[in-house]
Ligand binder design. Structure first.
Ligand SMILES: [Zn+2]
Length: 164
């Protein structure tokens, strides 16, 4: 798919393959203008949108007290999905805090994922000693066998045999 000219900054850009009708480039300024224009048009055209924007969230909720209750009843699978995603976010946040609070100097990113299992995981996040099980499962690289040293690891002045 070819390039397109941005509606706002007039620069050429590559439209996203997920948004085939994209008329605005990805620059923050242009995206801000796009959202502002959308907001303005929607305010004129859509009375309900106007109402939602005029009200504070609190006022809106008090006028639509059952909105979320009904939404949850109508979309039980989305409720369950949200719950699981929230648990995952909580878990990640706890791990991040833990990583930031540690004094370990050799803490490194690794391709492996570490899952803390069991009730002790919560204690570990609180810096207490934890009886949690930790399973470290290493992601295997696609090729087996000894890894050839990278160019940087060859000592200076030593000839490198490309067939080795
Ligand atoms: Zn632009």
């Amino acid at each position: 798919m070819g390039e397109r000219r941005c509606l706002y900054c007039q620069q050429n850009f590559q439209p996203s393959k997920f948004q085939r009708r994209q008329a605005v480039c990805g620059e923050a300024d242009c995206q801000r203008r796009r959202r502002a224009d959308y907001h303005r048009r929607k305010l004129n055209a859509d009375p309900e949108y106007r109402e939602v924007c005029r009200d504070s969230p609190r006022k809106w909720r008090s006028r639509h007290p059952d909105y979320w209750k009904q939404y949850r009843q109508k979309n039980p699978e989305s409720v369950e999905q949200n719950r699981q995603q929230q648990q995952l976010r909580d878990r990640k946040r706890r791990l991040r805090n833990l990583a930031n609070n540690t004094s370990a100097l050799d803490l490194k990113h690794s391709a492996a994922q570490v899952w803390l299992v069991g009730s002790g995981a919560a204690d570990l996040a609180n810096n207490n000693s934890a009886p949690a099980q930790i399973w470290v499962i290493e992601a295997l690289s696609p090729h087996r066998g000894p890894v050839p040293p990278s160019c940087k690891q060859h000592p200076a002045g030593v000839a490198v045999d490309p067939a080795a």
